[in-house]
Design a protein around this ligand. Sequence first.
Ligand code: CA
Length: 482
Amino acid sequence: MENGVMIQYFEWNLPDDGKHWKRLKDDATHLSEVGVSAVWIPPAYKGTSSMDVGYGAYDLWDLGEFEQKGTIRTKYGTKQELTEAIEELHKYGINVYLDVVLNHKAGADETEKFQAVEVDSSDRTKVISEPYEIEGWTKFTFPGRNNRYSDFKWNYNFFTGVDFNNRNGKNAIYKILGENKDWDKGVDTEMGNYDYLMNADVNYAHPEVKKEVINWGKWVINELKLDGFRMDAVKHISEEFVKDFLGEIRSVYGEEFYSVGEYWKDNLEILKEYLESLDYKTDLFDVGLHFNFHEASVKGKSFDLRTILDNTILISDSMQAVSFVDNHDSQKGSALESQIESWFKPHAYAIILLSEKGYPCLFYGDYYGVGGNESEHKWIIDQLLYVRKNYAYGTQFNYFDFPNIIAFYRTGRENDRNSGCVAVLSNDVSGEKIIEVGKNRTGQIWKEITGSGFENIIVDENGFAIFGVQAGKISVWIPEGE
Ligand code: CA
């Protein structure tokens, strides 16, 4: 979809009130009006408790339907409420992507005893103990679901590792031993082998596990009428499995079934290799762009804005780039904290929402706020969404010619003088850019829409105009309607 926008419709600190699916449903009209074309919903299956954000995935088949872990609903509501929210979004043509947590399982029903070795936590290929018996939380029987949808029960054979020995309470990274068992291959090589992340790590070398998870994938798409997946923590999952999983799903639901992977690594070469090994059958979040934003926001005027797009998927593989500013992991207090400083959020959103390249993802926390506090950025994001929807079309010309002020111009739709836009970003002084918008615009009036206080400007007889920006701010200019 032209100028599509994804919204990540949750943040870490949402209340545990079971009303989120209801809020999402009630918000469908508004989302559609501002130009949102897809919603990334949080992990919608039963976690370790009703408070679980969803990444402590207990039972993928329980979408808020069974009394398990002390609750029928998830943090966000019941399966029925989720279904209603999705139906409502679909009425407006908004796609729905489910957050899919396949790396690990949490909150096992029972412990089991099995042989394991301890490995070096900073190099998981290094065994640092003799094999011995430990007691781990690896048995999942899902008594509350009672075999509905699937009768698969998990035991230690289906996991590669755990981090807790219940026998003596010791935390360590334990590699589970057994026939043909090892860490999954085709994972990130940080920590030697980064298969293990947390909880009970799923063993994708096991054919029964592959079958069960692929069955679940096919089931959940049909059950919820999903349009895509956001694949959690793919750097910790066998890339061969991810490829097979998406392939199997698309053999049923078609190539257009959407996928974006979270490969949390500020290393473009590794992200490029991952795209290649997945045959470009998935998008990736542009983690490099996020870290550029973070660095720019922390360094202030000493950051050279001309480098803001360096080493990003947006430049190297723009068709696969999902550009974002912050998310539930990077927000303050979260696992991968690297939140963009407030003053720079408008800059970052101007880049992702007004650029020709990339599929932008708007973060709930930036738009609606965090922990129930209203976001100070909603107004400016609304302005940018308006410009994206109505003006940000056509070829992009970058004016990245000064370290502290950069600008870019979108030429607009063909034969439509009333579209097109200019964005100017400053991280220091106020200033201006002389930009060529074309002789066909001579005499046209342009206005600034972020409330920066600039007077309207007129394009001169040579097709140039002067676009100002205030110190440390952004300005966004559009042609005044004719
Ligand atoms: Ca893993």
